[in-house]
Design a protein around this ligand. Sequence first.
Ligand SMILES: C[S@@+](CC[C@H](N)C(=O)[O-])C[C@H]1O[C@@H](n2cnc3c(N)ncnc32)[C@H](O)[C@@H]1O
Length: 389
Amino acid sequence: MNQERTESQNNFTITLKCFYGFEEVLKEELVELGYTNCQVGNRAVSLNGTWKDVYFLNLYSRCAISVLVEITRFAFRGEQDLYDASLSVKWSNWFHESQTFVVRGAIQTQRVRNTHYPFLLIKDGIVDHFREYNKERPSIDTKHPKIVIDLYLNDREGVLSVNTSGLPLFQRGYRTSTGIAPINEVVAASLIRLSGWNRKQAFYDPFCGSGTFLIEAALLATGIPSNIERTHYAFKNLANFNGTLWEEIYDNAPRIVRSLPCSISGSDISDEMVIKARRNLRGFSFGRFIEVSSKDFREITEKKGIQFMLTNPPYDERMQLEDDELYQQLGTWMKHTMQEIPIWIISNNAEGFKAIGLKASQKMEVFNGALRCSFRRYDTYDSSINDRQ
Ligand SMILES: C[S@@+](CC[C@H](N)C(=O)[O-])C[C@H]1O[C@@H](n2cnc3c(N)ncnc32)[C@H](O)[C@@H]1O
């Protein structure tokens, strides 16, 4: 039997989606935000909550890509179950027929004729619901839908949810300028958390590009929500949107700081990238405390109080540089100039990692969007240079 959760119910299942490999990091973030009862799933973490939590999590989660509210969960025996489950939802309680919508999600079963068909059946159920109530049928818009319905389907069951974020939460609204290989903002925030940076160690990124790590580090250290500059949230389009509640959460969020708890700085060889990083930082109250300079890392000969490094050097695929030599010089620089500080590197360049010539003390497989990368920690001491992997 379908168990529809309408907007009148107080507590419902909220699922936060994340990138592959970041489930535990997201859970840790949620625990820190006060959500202790979290269930880790595949690229997702679920918890019970209210609409207040939905608004709060959209604003405050740095590691989630989207926040879903479960509408109904149903047994899946065949394709007809999809249509029936959809038709049984009172969609007109969720949105107005004049609003455009789209159905997306993940199909993890072979028991459907093709992976698009389940979405079509859900769409038919939605449209027929509005027809049953003698209303206009809402239109589909795959590019800029007002309402995003999510279907998760496996061999045994289906879950229909409303995606309350809409556009993915890595579209933070703060990065107006990027380079050719920027790191995804949600990935950057997740990596910073994964690295164990204690938010007090002097943080440095020598390949800072448009400044994503610097901004996410500063947002974390100051407690300013990563989405403070974002205005788009699909929950604003839902029939039950409570503008007063949202404004209360948004207005109470910290945004102005008069200092940083530690030094955060970066540099990049490209003047153009440095200008972009400064431009992106300008939108924040902490922007003026973050120093960004135009420098080739090889010119830096002193540690100057740096206590923690996290960076993504050029990626061969997209940047077409003589990477091996650069990574080799990076290894030498880490050993001789940046010794005895934790250094975290994310790259998809396996040859580059070998060229570094140092033994990583930790290694994890992560994705930056579609790029499969490795995230490695180095603790460089004098004896490690010949300790090849
Ligand atoms: C993968 S991108 C970093 C992207 C950055 N994380 C962001 O989010 O925009 C690598 C950066 O390394 C810079 N770079 C390349 N060679 C360099 C060098 N020798 N010293 C310093 N920066 C360098 C490039 O200009 C580029 O911005």
